[in-house]
Unconditional design. Structure first.
Length: 215
Protein backbone atom coordinates (compact mmCIF):
# COMPACT_ATOMS: atom_id res chain seq x y z
CA UNK A 1 0.00 0.00 0.00
CA UNK A 2 2.82 2.38 0.86
CA UNK A 3 4.44 1.81 -2.53
CA UNK A 4 1.15 2.44 -4.30
CA UNK A 5 0.59 5.70 -2.42
CA UNK A 6 4.12 6.80 -3.28
CA UNK A 7 3.41 5.94 -6.92
CA UNK A 8 0.21 8.02 -6.89
CA UNK A 9 2.04 10.99 -5.42
CA UNK A 10 4.93 10.73 -7.85
CA UNK A 11 2.59 10.42 -10.87
CA UNK A 12 -0.12 12.76 -9.60
CA UNK A 13 0.31 15.28 -12.41
CA UNK A 14 0.11 12.62 -15.10
CA UNK A 15 -2.94 10.98 -13.50
CA UNK A 16 -4.75 14.32 -13.17
CA UNK A 17 -4.06 15.09 -16.84
CA UNK A 18 -5.48 11.71 -17.87
CA UNK A 19 -8.49 12.24 -15.60
CA UNK A 20 -9.21 15.62 -17.20
CA UNK A 21 -9.01 14.08 -20.68
CA UNK A 22 -11.29 11.25 -19.51
CA UNK A 23 -13.84 13.68 -18.07
CA UNK A 24 -13.83 15.80 -21.23
CA UNK A 25 -14.44 12.74 -23.41
CA UNK A 26 -17.34 11.67 -21.20
CA UNK A 27 -18.90 15.14 -21.13
CA UNK A 28 -18.69 15.53 -24.90
CA UNK A 29 -20.20 12.08 -25.47
CA UNK A 30 -23.03 12.49 -22.97
CA UNK A 31 -23.72 16.03 -24.17
CA UNK A 32 -24.12 14.92 -27.79
CA UNK A 33 -26.11 11.84 -26.77
CA UNK A 34 -28.43 14.00 -24.65
CA UNK A 35 -29.25 16.34 -27.52
CA UNK A 36 -29.92 13.45 -29.91
CA UNK A 37 -31.81 11.25 -27.44
CA UNK A 38 -34.02 13.97 -25.99
CA UNK A 39 -34.88 15.22 -29.50
CA UNK A 40 -35.84 11.72 -30.64
CA UNK A 41 -37.72 11.07 -27.40
CA UNK A 42 -39.78 14.25 -27.82
CA UNK A 43 -40.63 13.27 -31.40
CA UNK A 44 -41.74 9.70 -30.66
CA UNK A 45 -43.09 9.58 -27.10
CA UNK A 46 -46.70 9.98 -28.27
CA UNK A 47 -46.34 7.21 -30.86
CA UNK A 48 -46.11 3.74 -29.36
CA UNK A 49 -44.66 1.99 -32.39
CA UNK A 50 -42.04 4.64 -33.16
CA UNK A 51 -40.92 4.84 -29.55
CA UNK A 52 -40.61 1.04 -29.39
CA UNK A 53 -38.49 1.07 -32.55
CA UNK A 54 -36.27 3.87 -31.22
CA UNK A 55 -35.66 2.07 -27.92
CA UNK A 56 -35.10 -1.25 -29.68
CA UNK A 57 -32.48 0.24 -32.01
CA UNK A 58 -30.56 2.01 -29.25
CA UNK A 59 -30.91 -1.06 -27.03
CA UNK A 60 -29.43 -3.28 -29.72
CA UNK A 61 -26.50 -0.92 -30.20
CA UNK A 62 -25.99 -0.85 -26.42
CA UNK A 63 -25.59 -4.64 -26.32
CA UNK A 64 -22.63 -4.64 -28.74
CA UNK A 65 -19.50 -5.56 -26.73
CA UNK A 66 -17.43 -2.44 -26.16
CA UNK A 67 -14.19 -3.83 -27.60
CA UNK A 68 -16.07 -4.93 -30.71
CA UNK A 69 -17.69 -1.53 -31.20
CA UNK A 70 -14.43 0.34 -30.68
CA UNK A 71 -12.77 -2.00 -33.19
CA UNK A 72 -15.53 -1.38 -35.73
CA UNK A 73 -14.82 2.34 -35.52
CA UNK A 74 -11.22 1.94 -36.69
CA UNK A 75 -11.89 1.31 -40.42
CA UNK A 76 -14.67 3.91 -40.42
CA UNK A 77 -13.13 6.85 -38.52
CA UNK A 78 -9.62 5.71 -37.61
CA UNK A 79 -7.87 5.94 -34.26
CA UNK A 80 -7.93 8.52 -31.47
CA UNK A 81 -10.50 10.88 -30.03
CA UNK A 82 -13.16 10.87 -32.77
CA UNK A 83 -13.86 7.13 -32.95
CA UNK A 84 -13.85 6.95 -29.14
CA UNK A 85 -16.36 9.80 -29.02
CA UNK A 86 -18.60 8.19 -31.64
CA UNK A 87 -18.67 4.86 -29.81
CA UNK A 88 -19.42 6.49 -26.46
CA UNK A 89 -22.27 8.54 -27.93
CA UNK A 90 -23.84 5.28 -29.11
CA UNK A 91 -23.50 3.73 -25.66
CA UNK A 92 -24.86 6.85 -23.92
CA UNK A 93 -28.14 7.10 -25.82
CA UNK A 94 -30.27 4.27 -24.43
CA UNK A 95 -30.77 5.41 -20.79
CA UNK A 96 -31.39 9.01 -21.84
CA UNK A 97 -33.87 8.18 -24.60
CA UNK A 98 -35.73 5.62 -22.51
CA UNK A 99 -36.07 8.03 -19.58
CA UNK A 100 -37.11 10.90 -21.84
CA UNK A 101 -39.96 8.83 -23.25
CA UNK A 102 -40.93 7.46 -19.84
CA UNK A 103 -40.75 10.91 -18.22
CA UNK A 104 -42.90 12.63 -20.81
CA UNK A 105 -45.45 9.82 -20.71
CA UNK A 106 -45.65 10.03 -16.92
CA UNK A 107 -47.01 13.59 -17.01
CA UNK A 108 -50.63 13.63 -15.82
CA UNK A 109 -52.89 14.00 -18.91
CA UNK A 110 -55.25 16.20 -16.85
CA UNK A 111 -52.46 18.76 -16.41
CA UNK A 112 -51.77 18.77 -20.14
CA UNK A 113 -55.48 19.13 -20.93
CA UNK A 114 -55.75 22.04 -18.49
CA UNK A 115 -52.86 23.80 -20.24
CA UNK A 116 -54.50 23.16 -23.57
CA UNK A 117 -57.73 24.62 -22.24
CA UNK A 118 -55.81 27.76 -21.28
CA UNK A 119 -54.87 28.23 -24.93
CA UNK A 120 -51.34 26.81 -24.93
CA UNK A 121 -50.25 25.24 -28.20
CA UNK A 122 -48.39 21.94 -28.28
CA UNK A 123 -44.91 23.51 -28.23
CA UNK A 124 -45.70 25.73 -25.26
CA UNK A 125 -47.25 22.80 -23.40
CA UNK A 126 -44.13 20.75 -24.02
CA UNK A 127 -41.71 23.48 -22.96
CA UNK A 128 -43.61 24.94 -20.01
CA UNK A 129 -45.56 21.96 -18.64
CA UNK A 130 -44.50 18.51 -19.85
CA UNK A 131 -40.72 18.90 -20.00
CA UNK A 132 -40.33 20.52 -16.54
CA UNK A 133 -42.51 17.78 -14.98
CA UNK A 134 -40.54 15.06 -16.80
CA UNK A 135 -37.16 16.64 -16.06
CA UNK A 136 -36.30 14.61 -12.90
CA UNK A 137 -36.79 11.36 -14.83
CA UNK A 138 -34.81 12.66 -17.81
CA UNK A 139 -32.00 13.86 -15.55
CA UNK A 140 -31.85 10.43 -13.93
CA UNK A 141 -31.32 8.93 -17.38
CA UNK A 142 -28.51 11.39 -18.09
CA UNK A 143 -26.97 10.61 -14.70
CA UNK A 144 -27.05 6.83 -15.28
CA UNK A 145 -25.69 7.28 -18.80
CA UNK A 146 -22.81 9.41 -17.51
CA UNK A 147 -21.76 6.89 -14.86
CA UNK A 148 -21.86 4.06 -17.41
CA UNK A 149 -19.86 6.09 -19.90
CA UNK A 150 -17.15 6.89 -17.35
CA UNK A 151 -16.43 3.17 -17.08
CA UNK A 152 -16.71 2.36 -20.77
CA UNK A 153 -14.52 5.34 -21.72
CA UNK A 154 -11.54 3.58 -20.15
CA UNK A 155 -11.64 1.11 -23.04
CA UNK A 156 -11.15 3.99 -25.50
CA UNK A 157 -7.41 3.62 -24.94
CA UNK A 158 -7.69 0.43 -27.00
CA UNK A 159 -8.01 2.66 -30.08
CA UNK A 160 -5.64 5.37 -28.83
CA UNK A 161 -8.42 7.36 -27.24
CA UNK A 162 -7.70 9.74 -24.35
CA UNK A 163 -8.25 9.08 -20.69
CA UNK A 164 -7.35 6.89 -17.76
CA UNK A 165 -7.56 3.75 -19.86
CA UNK A 166 -4.10 4.65 -21.12
CA UNK A 167 -2.56 3.65 -17.79
CA UNK A 168 -4.81 0.61 -17.43
CA UNK A 169 -3.80 -0.79 -20.81
CA UNK A 170 -0.16 0.15 -20.20
CA UNK A 171 -0.28 -1.86 -16.98
CA UNK A 172 -1.92 -4.84 -18.69
CA UNK A 173 0.81 -4.84 -21.32
CA UNK A 174 3.46 -4.98 -18.57
CA UNK A 175 2.01 -7.77 -16.44
CA UNK A 176 4.82 -9.31 -14.45
CA UNK A 177 6.75 -6.07 -13.99
CA UNK A 178 6.84 -4.09 -10.68
CA UNK A 179 4.89 -1.14 -12.15
CA UNK A 180 2.08 -3.10 -13.83
CA UNK A 181 -0.23 -3.32 -10.82
CA UNK A 182 0.34 0.30 -9.88
CA UNK A 183 -0.59 1.48 -13.38
CA UNK A 184 -3.74 -0.62 -13.44
CA UNK A 185 -4.88 0.31 -9.94
CA UNK A 186 -4.08 3.99 -10.52
CA UNK A 187 -6.24 4.05 -13.63
CA UNK A 188 -9.09 2.18 -11.96
CA UNK A 189 -8.98 4.46 -8.92
CA UNK A 190 -9.14 7.49 -11.19
CA UNK A 191 -12.22 6.08 -12.97
CA UNK A 192 -13.95 5.38 -9.64
CA UNK A 193 -13.22 8.88 -8.34
CA UNK A 194 -14.52 10.46 -11.56
CA UNK A 195 -17.71 8.40 -11.38
CA UNK A 196 -18.30 9.53 -7.78
CA UNK A 197 -17.66 13.17 -8.70
CA UNK A 198 -20.07 13.03 -11.64
CA UNK A 199 -22.70 11.36 -9.46
CA UNK A 200 -22.36 14.10 -6.84
CA UNK A 201 -22.54 16.75 -9.56
CA UNK A 202 -25.85 15.40 -10.84
CA UNK A 203 -27.29 15.34 -7.33
CA UNK A 204 -26.50 19.05 -7.06
CA UNK A 205 -27.81 19.80 -10.57
CA UNK A 206 -31.02 17.93 -9.75
CA UNK A 207 -31.64 20.02 -6.65
CA UNK A 208 -30.89 23.27 -8.48
CA UNK A 209 -32.97 22.56 -11.60
CA UNK A 210 -35.98 20.70 -10.19
CA UNK A 211 -38.96 22.57 -8.81
CA UNK A 212 -39.49 22.03 -5.08
CA UNK A 213 -43.02 20.87 -5.73
CA UNK A 214 -41.92 17.79 -7.71
CA UNK A 215 -38.71 16.79 -5.87
Amino acid sequence: MREFLDYLWFRRGHIVDLAVEHAQLVLYAVGIATVISVAIGVLVYRRERLSAIAIAVTGTLFTIPSLALFSLMIPIIGLGFRPALAALVIYSMLPIMRNTIAGLRSVDPAVVESAQGMGMNRLRRLVRIEFPLAWPVILTGIRVSTILTVGIAAIAAYINGPGLGEDIFAGLSRIGTPTALHLILGGILGVVVLALLFDAMFLVVGRLTTSRGIR
